[in-house]
Design a protein around this ligand. Structure first.
Ligand code: FAD
Ligand code: NAD
Length: 448
């Protein structure tokens, strides 16, 4: 069997694997990266980017509808199949572009399923690859409902490739994916059902704002089925039915599972390399080392208690490279990390969650921004924020529910990471009127 040897081998070409590969190669290491499916991984192929491509026209329509009382006339329709072609035009070339990027950088790439033989050797189809260090960056896959008929439910990748949008869908789960996909589907006129285990959506977020988001979604005709414990899924002709343990039935043309994700670790033969797992995730220490001394893990597949997002995955990939190169001997550190749910409106959060802030001795200020010019001019029906300050008046957390929450949270994240107080803030100057200039009003008022 042919063998190739490298300084570093990387399994998985998502944001974590690629950022490690480029940083290691730039420092002169010989690097191989292995991918078994789409080069680029989840985010650009069946995650963040395709979703955002679909959102472009959806958001424009939603904003236009808000502006009818401000003089906008005419009606706009969304054509899902054209929207999908627009998305495909962006996503289809991704994998090929990634390969060009790897070739230009001189990073060797191999296609196929990698699994360990020992802590230095990986088997790939008809060859083996040895490396001094390995980086496991294999990401996650959708968790499945452990009930009969689960196979009838589709997943995030299927949704983001739908060539026609069904008239009625059911989404199981009340997290990021269900809320974002519900918004997309409802915008094109699909009847949407959401199955919740309890009553709350997005349980990691500010619950005052998530309740408002849930109400806004209900007002658009999205139906939440609270406390619905799915015990079976069945096919009825062309439709599917979800059966709850209390006898309720929800039926739709298609169903999608979005109940969280599990690590892509099952088929890696990690035991042969002495790499331990916690549940399906790779156990790592503060240096992103696994239980095998020469093997690291990075990105969604690790058991680190950080949000599983593209920026946190790339940060881990870059950190692993720096650590292997001996350029960073400190433990990995994450700055305040913004998380955004791209719903309608968007919900964003960073730093200390306002829900737990008061009991921890912080001060929380609430802002209804609907009468502020930036929101009022667009007749935003919902624009709210919570700002969390510590006892020294320094911003430590924020949550925002508004159509531009994704942009606003970036400014707030910078303020948190710079530990800004009122004086620091007032020394900044932003263009007026703009989202940035709202920041001075915002934080200035909270800090008064
Ligand atoms: C629907 C959806 C929307 C999202 N939206 C956002 C967003 O808006 N913003 C955001 O920041 N994050 C978002 N995310 C999360 C983001 O996509 C992930 O955090 C990010 O892709 C993780 O990167 P990664 O490199 O750790 O793993 P991945 O991107 O999952 O890459 C892992 C790669 O490893 C490959 N692989 C697995 N096992 C093997 C093997 N044995 N051999 C070879 N290759 C293997 C896989 O095929 C995959 O390509 C979203 C995720 C989903 C599902
Ligand atoms: N905008 C973004 O950054 C973004 C968007 C999409 C996905 N993501 C990433 O992808 C991950 C996966 O998204 P997700 O929505 O699948 O997971 P999630 O962890 O966000 O939410 C899963 C939800 O499903 C619920 N659930 C679990 N079992 C259930 C059951 N049997 N019935 C009903 N509900 C059940 C959980 O209570 C939870 O609320 C996210 O955690 C995030 O890391 C990020």
């Amino acid at each position: 069997m042919m063998n190739e040897h490298f300084d570093v081998g990387i399994i998985g070409s998502g944001p974590a694997g690629l950022s490690a590969a480029f940083a290691l190669k730039a420092a002169g290491k010989s690097v191989v990266i292995i991918e078994e499916y789409l080069w680029g991984g989840t985010c650009p192929n069946y995650g963040c980017d395709p979703k955002k491509m679909l959102l472009g026209a959806v958001e424009a329509k939603q904003q236009a509808e808000q502006l009818v009382p401000a003089g906008l006339t005419g009606s706009l329709d969304l054509d899902w199949s054209v929207l999908m072609r627009h998305k495909m035009a962006f996503t289809e070339p991704v994998a090929a572009r990634k390969i060009v990027g790897l070739d230009e950088a001189g990073i060797i790439h191999r296609y196929g399923h990698a699994s360990f033989i020992d802590n230095q050797t990986v088997k790939l189809s008809e060859q083996t690859i040895t490396a001094n260090n390995w980086v496991i960056a294999t990401g996650t896959q959708p968790a499945r409902l452990d009930v009969p008929g689960d196979q009838y439910l589709l997943d995030n990748e299927d949704f983001l490739n739908l060539t026609t949008m069904p008239a009625e869908i059911v989404l199981v789960g009340g997290g990021f994916i269900a809320i974002e996909f519900a918004n997309l589907a409802a915008a094109v006129g699909t009847k949407v059902h959401i199955i919740l285990k309890g009553t709350a959506i997005l349980t990691e977020f500010d619950q005052t704002l998530t309740q408002k988001l849930k109400q806004a979604m209900q007002a658009k005709g999205i139906t939440f089925h609270d406390n619905f414990m799915t015990q079976a899924v069945q096919k009825q002709g062309q439709r599917i039915e979800l059966l709850a343990n209390d006898g309720r039935i929800v039926s739709a043309d298609s169903g999608f599972v979005a109940i969280g994700r599990r690590g892509n670790t099952d088929a890696l033969n990690l035991a042969a390399a002495n790499v331990e797992l916690t549940d399906s995730l790779v156990k790592v220490d503060g240096y992103l080392k696994t239980t095998a001394d020469n093997i690291y893990a990075a990105g969604d597949v690790t058991n680190l208690a950080v949000p599983k997002l593209t920026p946190t995955a790339s940060t881990q990939g870059r950190y692993v490279a720096q650590h292997i190169l001996g350029l960073n001997t400190e433990q990995i550190h994450f700055p305040a990390t913004p998380v955004v749910v791209f719903g309608a409106p968007k919900l964003a959060q960073v730093g200390v969650n306002p829900d737990i802030a008061i009991e921890q001795g912080y001060q929380v200020t609430e802002f209804d921004m609907t009468r502020w010019m930036g929101y009022y001019r667009n007749l935003e029906p919902l624009a709210q924020a919570h700002i969390v300050l510590n006892e020294s008046g320094v911003i430590v957390g924020a949550s925002v529910l508004a159509s531009h929450a994704d942009e606003l949270i970036n400014y707030l994240t910078v303020a948190i990471n710079r530990r800004q107080n009122q004086k620091d803030l007032r020394s900044e100057m932003y263009a007026y009127p703009s989202l940035g200039s709202d920041i001075t009003t915002f934080l200035g008022a909270a800090m008064d």
